[in-house]
Design a protein around this ligand. Structure first.
Ligand SMILES: Cc1cc2nc3c(=O)[nH]c(=O)nc-3n(C[C@H](O)[C@H](O)[C@H](O)COP(=O)(O)O)c2cc1C
Length: 380
């Protein structure tokens, strides 16, 4: 075993990778520290747990190529609004155009204030982006999956299957292999909509949507749950109701009904971690969890991992003013990954070594494994 855990090595790597992060930094971590960062997203093994959540940072192939160059583990494309063959979108109110985003401090964290919603270009343009994503995946450069907001009915209404059918089949064709990997987004603005005033509406969506989607094509489905405007117990009920999904992304941003905007920051990670901590022994154990919400250090990644999240998806952390990153060069994705993994106090390596020192995780055959943290808490 080489000098695993040496603070001197970590300090040196932090310094030199701040000038240029190697694309295969996970390989370096394995060789130099004997730490296996392998993680899981939607049933796929990925080299480390850090991905990019759906949003304004995955709108075009250029952004995906930058992420692939940086060695990001996965990216979720901007959410498209489902439509039928004639182009009718019952959720059209979510396809609005808004470019202005403001990155602001919120408590001791950050939030992005933005009034926009889903994909606002044509569905054909979205399919072209899915094909570009597919090609990056096939080349082994980046796993990048689409995200959809499907029709969500009121209780007495039927689901509009024509929108589920057209959208799912078109995405499956563009994806080109079976199964289609896809996220379904229940967004924070939906949480603020009168549609989501009734708990029974939301539970029905979560129970029934997976079958509606699966009826159209073979899919592996992640449902990205919202933070509904109810208590923590209801978040747990939502997780139970969504058992038909293969994975859950937990949980999208909070909604401020007064300012009429979604927001993140410390309040978001506090709520998410508190709810995930409360998932009891009878919780949905078979379902993979992917954490999201105010993740800006490796230590926070581990907090989500200790609550069974086998990967994480970040947005705000890839969008900060350049001077907020300790790296001196590189794309925002590279700079964020550099700090998240190699920061000598708050990074993933430092955090894993601290958990080893506390006896929370032990080496197997000389190696520490990120997924051991997740699976130890899964088996609890
Ligand atoms: C400007 C902006 C746009 C977003 N758009 C979407 C979206 O279209 N679909 C979605 O599932 N999540 C969307 N999100 C949520 C992010 O993917 C992420 O889950 C959430 O912001 C929490 O992570 P963070 O605190 O790291 O930003 C958006 C977030 C922001 C800030």
């Amino acid at each position: 075993m080489r000098s695993s855990g040496s603070p001197a090595l970590l300090a040196k790597d932090f310094e030199r990778f701040g000038r240029e992060l190697p694309r295969d930094f996970a390989g370096h971590v394995r060789d130099a520290y004997r730490i296996d960062l392998s993680a899981r997203y939607l049933g796929r093994t990925i080299p480390h747990p850090i991905g990019k959540g759906s949003g304004q940072l995955s709108l075009n192939p250029g952004q995906l190529e930058t992420d692939a160059d940086a060695g990001l583990a996965f990216a979720v494309l901007k959410t498209v609004i489902a439509q039928d063959a004639g182009g009718v979108q019952s959720m059209a109110a979510w396809a609005i155009h808004e470019t202005k985003m403001k990155v602001e401090r919120r408590g001791d964290g950050w939030t992005v204030t933005w009034k926009g919603r889903g994909w606002d270009r044509s569905f054909d343009d979205y399919l072209a982006l899915v094909r570009a994503a597919r090609d990056l995946g096939r080349a082994g450069l980046l796993l990048a999956v689409p995200s959809v907001k499907y029709h969500l009915p009121r209780l007495h209404e039927p689901f509009r299957d024509a929108e589920y059918a057209f959208t799912t089949r078109a995405l499956a064709d563009a994806w080109g292999e079976s199964p289609l990997l896809v996220e379904q987004d229940f967004s924070p603005t939906l949480a603020g909509d009168p549609l989501a005033d009734e708990q029974a509406h939301i539970l029905r969506w979560l129970q029934e949507a997976p079958d509606r989607i699966r009826a159209q094509a073979p899919v592996r489905l992640a449902m990205k749950l919202m933070n509904a405007r109810f208590d923590d117990a209801f978040q747990l009920e939502m997780m139970e109701a969504a058992r038909g999904a293969d994975a859950l992304v937990v949980f999208n941003r909070l909604f401020d009904p007064v300012a009429n905007v979604a927001y993140g920051g410390g309040e978001l990670s506090d709520r998410n971690l508190r709810v995930l901590q409360a998932v009891g022994p009878s919780g949905p154990r078979a379902v993979d969890l992917c954490g999201t919400g105010n993740i800006h250090t490796g230590r926070l990644i581990l907090e989500y991992a200790r609550r069974r999240c086998s990967s994480v998806q970040l947005h705000t952390c890839f969008q900060l003013p350049l001077e907020e990153y300790p790296a001196a060069a590189g794309s925002r994705t590279q700079r964020a990954l550099h700090a998240l993994v190699f920061h000598p106090r708050d990074g993933l390596i430092a955090g894993l070594l601290a958990l080893e020192a506390q006896g929370v995780v032990s080496r197997r055959d000389g190696e520490l494994h990120f997924l051991d943290i997740v699976d130890a808490h899964r088996a609890r």
